[in-house]
Design a binder for this molecule. Structure first.
Ligand code: ZN
Ligand code: ZN
Length: 344
């Protein structure tokens, strides 16, 4: 079979590799669609894992079932999660699934950007979901990124009365707006500087967008909120500058959620007095777990509030052209979700 292999940010090849063999409790899945994640195009983050077959947002069809598997059969259309927790440790009991050592160890073999993947036993048992007959594989491939947004909403304890500011309107910023909208959040303000992305934010339901390259951000948010500022903020970019601007935009009693990591040696200087006297909280949200993917599937398959799959997917490529697709996603211009067809 063919798989895309990333050796470095600028060196991606399509290679011939063996189709994995399936063991006890495992599944072999023919990958139909696989999304490129914003995290995949952060050079320091992906290169420390290289060489690798990237891709952790696949949807496909079960083609072989390992011994002892009773919850799936050949022909099932599924969403697979690359990491799955043990569900038993003290971290899992607190729903900190992405902190579970088992979660971190489990992975797809060889990775989502391949024609077939082997899904390990833990993943089959704890975080694999069946798609409804009317749900497309493309929508299925959006379940994992949507689940990351569900996790962020949980960390923020989002509610309908909130004023949410989303900093950065790449695909994850837009998806965060979609999920916040699903939960009925009263006021959503998107911030970016790329016109195409700001337009998309409005299309999926943002109440206002601010172009921080042209407008005075703090003043604009003050105007839009009658001076109260944000109650919740999602910081999309993994940059200290974005975190600092979140501190400027958060209102009394508000919570800031860091959605993207920084490198380990970076430092952010904050005022403890602000946290104390203005009751400001800072949380972070790293990936997602089984309860998030289940909730994400409910959102993606909702008939009451149709999920905007077509608005989110801006480009489609066959696996052969993965390098080109990757470059486009990394350029972060007029693109949101770039979808790969692994068996076109
Ligand atoms: Zn992802
Ligand atoms: Zn665990």
């Amino acid at each position: 079979m063919q798989a895309a292999k990333l050796y470095s940010f600028k060196d991606i090849r399509i290679e011939e590799v063996p189709i994995p063999t399936v063991g006890e409790g495992e599944l072999l899945v023919k990958v139909e669609t696989s999304g490129i994640c914003s995290g995949d195009v952060v050079p320091w983050y992906i290169e420390k894992k290289a060489p690798l077959v990237p891709g952790h947002e696949p949807a496909g069809v079960v083609v072989k079932v390992g011994g002892g598997v009773t919850n799936f059969k050949e022909g099932d259309r599924i969403v697979l999660h690359h990491h799955a927790p043990c569900m038993e440790c003290h971290l899992c009991r607190r729903h900190l699934f992405s902190m579970c050592p088992t979660w971190r160890r489990t992975n797809l073999d060889p990775g989502g950007m391949a024609q077939y993947v082997r899904l390990p036993k833990t993943n089959v048992a704890h975080d694999t979901l069946k798609l409804a007959a009317e749900t497309s594989f493309e929508a299925g491939a959006l379940v994992e990124p949507t689940a990351c947004c569900v996790s962020a909403m949980r960390r923020l304890q989002i509610n309908a009365d909130d004023t949410l500011v989303v900093l950065g309107l790449g695909v994850m910023g837009i998806l965060n707006i979609v999920v916040a909208k699903f939960y009925g959040v009263k006021q959503i303000i998107g911030v970016d500087r790329v016109g195409f992305r700001m337009q998309k934010a409005l299309e999926v339901g943002a109440d206002a967008v601010v172009d921080f390259s042209k407008q005075e951000l703090k003043q604009e948010v003050a105007k839009l909120t009658d001076g109260r500022m944000a109650t919740k903020i999602i910081v999309g970019p993994g940059s200290i500058a974005a975190m600092e601007s979140a501190m400027e935009l958060i209102g009394v009693g508000g919570t800031i959620c860091l959605f993207t990591p920084t490198q380990g040696d970076e430092r952010w200087s904050i005022s403890p007095a602000k946290l104390y006297f203005e009751a400001v909280s800072v949380v972070a949200s790293y990936s997602c777990g089984p309860t998030d993917t289940q909730e994400a599937l409910r959102i993606v398959e909702s008939t009451e509030k149709p999920f905007p799959t077509e608005t989110l997917i801006t480009h489609r490529f066959p696996l052969q052209d993965f390098a080109k697709a990757f470059e486009l996603m990394a350029a972060a211009g007029d693109s949101l979700k770039v979808m790969i067809y692994c068996n076109p």
